[in-house]
Design a protein around this ligand. Structure first.
Ligand code: 3PG
Length: 207
């Protein structure tokens, strides 16, 4: 259920606020071509679930997950849509139980040492650190890394091309998430070349 294995090698995870299900497939193809093989489609637009379903069906090489998961019943919906993993800004016992019921790899969110330890006790070695910049950013992650060395994080929230590598160079950061790669304006224009370019620029940060 811990999503660590699924995300191995995927250092940058685009967090997609999907404006329209019609753009899901070309958007996923553009990101895949850019070298980004894992995306999180957030459950905060009406079309998100349908977009996940279309990507799962039509772009099978893309590992698509659902983000902003906040209600236990959403696990059944995203599992049916073909999501391969789930991400939440936080966690609750009911969310953890629902993830387990659906055998869905899950990245729950944490922003305090107590939340991190509680999730680690449940077997979650990979956790979303959200909202990363507002919750203390890299100095905070460095500080918790000393007493909590086993936990790996996906910082999300305020991650940009300017600070992504600073996060990724930290020993307790497995990957970062960010919405900068798929701006709504470019989705609305259907400018997938531009999205591919932003994705390629993100990948080139890694070399
Ligand atoms: C998320 O849902 O993870 C965040 O809203 C993404 O944060 P960002 O827009 O600052 O990248």
């Amino acid at each position: 259920m811990d999503a660590s294995k699924l995300l191995v090698g995927s250092k940058i995870v685009p967090v997609v606020v999907l404006a329209n299900a019609d753009v899901a497939v070309p958007l996923a193809e553009a990101l895949l071509e850019a070298g980004l093989g894992v995306i999180e489609v957030t459950l905060r637009t009406d079309d998100a679930l349908e977009g996940i379903e279309q990507i799962a069906k039509s772009v099978p090489d893309m590992v698509v997950g659902a983000g902003s998961v906040r209600r236990p019943e959403q696990f059944a919906d995203i599992a049916a849509a073909g999501a391969r993993f789930a991400v939440s800004p936080g966690s609750s016992s009911r969310l953890l139980a629902a993830a387990a019921d659906h055998e869905m790899p899950f990245i729950p969110g944490a922003a305090t040492p107590s939340e991190m330890i509680a999730l680690f006790e449940q077997g979650y070695q990979l956790q979303k650190f959200f909202p990363a910049e507002l919750a203390g950013g890299r100095p905070f992650l460095k500080a918790v890394g000393a007493p909590l060395p086993e936990i790996r994080f996906m910082p999300t929230g305020g991650v940009t091309p300017m600070n992504a590598m600073d996060y990724l160079n930290m020993s307790n950061v497995a990957c970062v998430g960010g919405s900068w790669i798929t701006p709504l304006e470019l989705q609305a224009k259907g400018d997938f070349d531009a999205i591919r370019q932003i994705g390629s620029d993100a990948v080139s940060l890694l070399v």
